[in-house]
Design a protein around this ligand. Sequence first.
Ligand SMILES: [Zn+2]
Length: 186
Amino acid sequence: MNSGMNSEICEKSWLPRESCSHCRRPPHYQLRTFVFEGDRMVEVLKDGGPVHVYDSHFQFGTKKAELLLAALSVIHEFAASTQDDGTATVTSQVVVDEATGSQFQVWVEMHEDFVRSSGQHIQRPWLQIEALSIDSDRRIGLGVQKAKAICALEHDLREWVARGKALRQRATITLTLPRVNKRTVV
Ligand SMILES: [Zn+2]
């Protein structure tokens, strides 16, 4: 097992992580916005690159952003309390978003993760969030690194969602039609 040993050493400086200045520096997160096939999208970046170096890009659209924001308290708990060995305090539960009344389910499951430095597959805790109301495609999963990024970017993400709503409202053409008298059908 090399992975446990490797994780103690920084791949950039080859120093133990506790004494490496780059590892001790707090990460800088930012949102990169773009449009894909007409949909507004965001990618979450950590220090200018992917949040999780060996994982796919962390990108999503408005619906998933709204779901993440609604589940933020659970994401906070997951980011703060989950250990590498899979110990998590987040339990399976149904959460009601008080702002919108929408319901969603959260649970933690183990997720296969690929460690490129050692070529190993390991299991890591993964938070799943799924909306119970409206569309069934409103589901998103995230590991601890991504959860930390979402917590750090809460404000930016809220602004981005709000800006999208404002744009949609401006783009909607409102036609006022003359009122048609309804015939009474008996
Ligand atoms: Zn380092």
